[in-house]
Design a protein around this ligand. Structure first.
Ligand SMILES: Nc1ncnc2c1ncn2[C@@H]1O[C@H](COP(=O)(O)OP(=O)(O)OP(=O)(O)O)[C@@H](O)[C@H]1O
Ligand SMILES: [Mg+2]
Length: 244
């Protein structure tokens, strides 16, 4: 296994990805996120934010380039090791939740990593309370509202206590109260890295410090989130008008 401690965190170099019979979506994209960073991934619809996140967790394989996670080169034989470090929340919670009940979805990860049923249930019950879902523990995903699905998917990801948290549009479907609750939860998490794709600029500015804008397959802007939320012309230029 290739290891390089200088590539701790998230390290992507010249990542090229394209869907079959399509133009490349990620065009030799390079990016380093160091432990301790909280990063917003911005970019207009269809620019490849979800695709990039899915390459980082090995769900999509680049045609070329390298991805290192916590100093480990992402490849077939390191996939499970890399995945054990990352909590990834899909843009669509239906992609995340697949067990008969929400409780089983949340205990699935901890059980898979060898924790006892008792411990897994304790973790799940705490998370259900944290996300206001105690009443819905034994419901299936099809019996939840959009916002409840989102919260259940987040709970399932946090149950693994990941070092690196990657969230794809985590506020979709959440009401203002839960957007605020989620911001508080995120700010208290003992994770090393958070990467969040979001169109909710105001919200994401409360939970991140660094902002990236993806366009034409590359990171075009890399600055502080406070800079970018005040830079109306740059946001307009990249198709991200504020207040809409
Ligand atoms: N399975 C697929 N096959 C072919 N093209 C795809 C597939 N999935 C996504 N795409 C295309 O790849 C591009 C990037 O999609 P992606 O979902 O990564 O964008 P995004 O930046 O996350 O957008 P959004 O802000 O709407 O979530 C889009 O043009 C999309 O149509
Ligand atoms: Mg997306």
């Amino acid at each position: 296994m290739q290891e390089d401690k200088s590539k701790a965190g998230v390290y992507a170099k010249d990542v090229l990805f394209q869907y079959p019979q399509n133009e490349p979506i990620l065009c030799n994209l390079s990016l380093t996120i160091k432990p301790g960073e909280r990063v917003a991934l911005l970019g207009s619809t269809g620019t490849g934010k979800s695709t990039f996140m899915e390459t980082l967790v090995g769900l999509k394989k680049p045609l070329s380039g390298e991805i290192w996670i916590q100093g480990i080169l992402l490849q077939q034989k390191t996939l499970s090791q890399v995945r054990s470090q990352i909590g990834f929340c899909f843009q669509n919670p239906d992609d995340q939740l697949f067990m008969p009940t929400i409780l089983e979805d949340i205990t699935f990860g901890p059980l898979n990593y060898g924790l006892s049923l008792e411990t897994a249930k304790e973790i799940a019950e705490n998370l259900l309370v944290k996300f206001g879902l105690e009443k819905y523990a034994n419901r299936s995903v099809y019996e939840l509202s959009g916002g409840q699905k989102r919260l259940a998917a987040l709970a399932a990801v946090l149950a693994l206590k990941p070092d690196i948290l990657i969230l794809d549009e985590p506020t979709n479907g959440l009401d203002p109260l839960w957007r605020r609750n989620l911001a508080k939860i995120i700010l208290q998490l003992p994770v090393q890295i958070i990467l969040i794709a979001s169109h909710d600029l105001n919200w994401v500015s409360k939970v991140t410090e660094r902002a990236l804008i993806l366009q034409c397959g590359q990171i075009q802007v890399d600055t502080s989130i406070q800079n970018i939320i005040q830079d109306v012309s740059t946001l307009e230029y990249y198709g991200l008008p504020i207040d809409y």
